[in-house]
Design a protein around this ligand. Sequence first.
Ligand code: IMP
Length: 434
Amino acid sequence: MSGKAVAIVGMQWGDEGKGKLVDYCAEKADVVVRYQGGNNAGHTVVAKGKKFKFHLLPSGAPQEKEIVIGNGCVVNPKVLLEEMAMLRAEGIEPKLRISSTAHVIMPYHLLLDGMEESHKGKFKAGTTRQGIGPTYSDKAARFGIRIWDLLDKDILAEKVEKILPLKQYMLSSLGCEETLDFNAIIDVYSDYGQQLRSYITDTATFINNCLDEGKNVLFEGAQGTLLGIDEGMYPFGTSSNASALGVPAGTGVAPTRITSIIGIVKAYTSRVGEGPLPTELLDEVGNQIREQGHEYGTTTGRPRRIGWLDTVAIRYAKMVNQPNGVVVTLLDALADINPLKICTAYEQDGELVDAWPIQAEILAKVTPVYVELPGWGSRTEDEWLEIARQQDMDALPQEMRDYLAKMEELIGIPVYAVSIGPDREATINIKDVF
Ligand code: IMP
């Protein structure tokens, strides 16, 4: 019998707490797969009494699971080697496979990311400057370097020789004074290839074989649905499909093999970078949630923008992902906020709309309509842990249960689990995903 294939996806603008949940669910998985994005992501996992921050490696890594970087990802080999070394320093040998067809973030992509952003003015996305967009652009233009190309110096040199003059021209015309050194790039990147050689393989065949053998596979989304290149708020997002739609294309696993989809919903809204955010809180309440939720970018350290929970946006993410259930995270970060607000609909030109507008220019003009609910005061981290140990939703404060019930009613997806603290133990599980 085929194994289970479960996808975990962010239902908002990223940073929903996917790392913790992937780590939590990875216990019952045999394989954990990243299917899109690169080291623009930042997943914090607290495991084995330690805090791990991953940008590229799948979050199942500390549990010594088989981990896969799929073909839909873009890879900065330097970052990857550093994260592998970090795991080894903890006595964990990464059981890693990297798709030979994943694309490589090259030095010119890093430079172009910054230069293009500066050029875009008000249309800039506020990228993480990790070269993600320029690498995916080259992939689509069929001008990219794939991981496999790093294994043969001659092949790499032949391709880079064609690409470099064009990139140099683009950089110079955008005002960049840096000169790209052909020989240094070939030496450094073919050395990366040698260091990664034993991990590079046909991951689509590997994952499909695992499923054929009855193994459980967890697909770990990075960013969030509303940042996706096709499904998100263009152009204020990232360059890959950050929803469940990205799983088949980014792994070579057919849509019919995916057995369930779990959406991760943060109890409020956050985002980094530019673009309209209807429920944004630019006041003390926003600051308080930011501090309580430690809402600073894992990759960039930037303070995240904070807003009330937006169920119009989540209903759209529901349509795109069709999740079987959601996990609600960071409820503890709403401590001492009273009243709490949930956006139920938008007002646009005097009319009530409950559909996501798709276009950023329209989203910028809507006014959120809210329902107010009482807050639940505060608890210490230990008190939350004590509540979680009971594994019973009735142990949660009544106001929190009311908040969750309202949310469930507004988004129409059952809550499978709630997270009330950063530790793996601070989770109340209602329904197993495997
Ligand atoms: P890029 O992915 O670096 O090109 O950035 C594009 C947009 O996506 C920017 O608004 C970033 O702040 C945002 N972004 C990229 N990765 C993440 C993430 O992991 N969490 C939240 N936002 C992200």
